[in-house]
Design a protein around this ligand. Sequence first.
Ligand code: PA5
Length: 447
Amino acid sequence: MAANILDWTDSWFEKIDSEAKSDSAGSLAARFCGEVSDGKLPFCSMPYMAELLHELDGLEGYVKQFDHMLLLGIGGSALGARALQKAFFPQQDQPCHEGPWLWIGDNVCSKTLDSYLEKLPLEKTLVVVISKSGGTIETISQYLIVREKMKEVLGDSWNKNTFFITDKKNGFLREQADELSIRTLEVPDNLGGRYSILSAVGLLPAMFLGIDYRLLVEGASAVLSPLASADLNADSLSNHPSFKLACWGAALMDSGYNELIFFSYVPQWACFGQWFAQLWAESLGKEGKGSQPIPATGATDQHSVNQMFLDGPRNKACLFLTCPSLPIGCPFPNEIPNKFSYLKGKTFGELIHAEGLGTKMALSANSVPLVEMKMTDDSEETAGRLMGLLMAATIFTGWLMDINPIDQPAVEMGKLLAKARLGASGLDSEKKSLDDFLATNREEQGF
Ligand code: PA5
């Protein structure tokens, strides 16, 4: 297969001195090898994959007997599935779709949950609860409510329509699974949510929708296996595109580019922008460092946030996603008003490429360092390559920044305060903070 291309022409790679970052290729290669062999980077080495593919084979008949899948999860436990759904199962958003249907409950929205409870035919619905920790309140609270309804509608057999994807030993969901005989798949050890799209977390929903999940895995492996090799060294790492992206990403931050646009000119892949945003932000926003990811969709956002990209603060760089082989689409009719006569003989599909080119050139002309990620096609295999590339690039960027790209400690505070607010025990200092905060006179204004 022809290779996907990273086009560095407009990246300012030299200008921002990205090359200096590659001095650490030797030490990072040694570190990467060590962490792979210690099982700390399973997104890359995928030691769990053979068994998972076997399990998915065995589950296919069971999963596909359902018309609906209701996925309850949040963050890394939901964004991958949504990106895959939008990219490879766009039917659900198109007219006259007759199933299957994947619903993703990744928020705390009573109206949405009510609609699931009122309208989903639970006897034909598989409820899939995904939580690595097994204790995430947004997910578990939905599960507890849905479980009640399932018991009411399905009686004692409610557990047959329930499936968990969670840690193999720990957490509330694991306890529930053991106690209530609920089927499960594991989130492997050391596989954080935002790196888990190519585990059961993303692949079970993909299988339900008929997405070729094996191709996703093959694509990612093609990019990641050279990194997972015990032979990784300074040379091979320096030549790996994920490392070059990381050198660029880290050098940009040093040069004051603290926003990174992910501009998708593959419209149905726009949700990879949301997926990437979480990957980049939760991995790299640490210790006052990082760059804010901004997902954008071509051509839609040309008429929205693009003005800011082009003429706002000069603090933005861009990953620009294109696919020259998208379908050519309908031809324009022969009867065309004079002012649009340039469309004669063209097809609708040509428009997105012209607009992409125009936007890319305009961004460059306005001093936005830009790397074009030119996809050879919009297949699952190609998407797997893209995901593998971006996950590895994120890890290397974090290491070049000297932060830990695997954890996300800052998000704990808000979670604990919310729990304290709801009366959870043992959160005395959070309760004290809440009391102080709520006792403060608010400066409020009506409108
Ligand atoms: O990337 C991450 O680790 C997080 O975004 C988690 O996916 C998210 O917090 C949900 O966690 P869990 O899967 O434990 O419910």
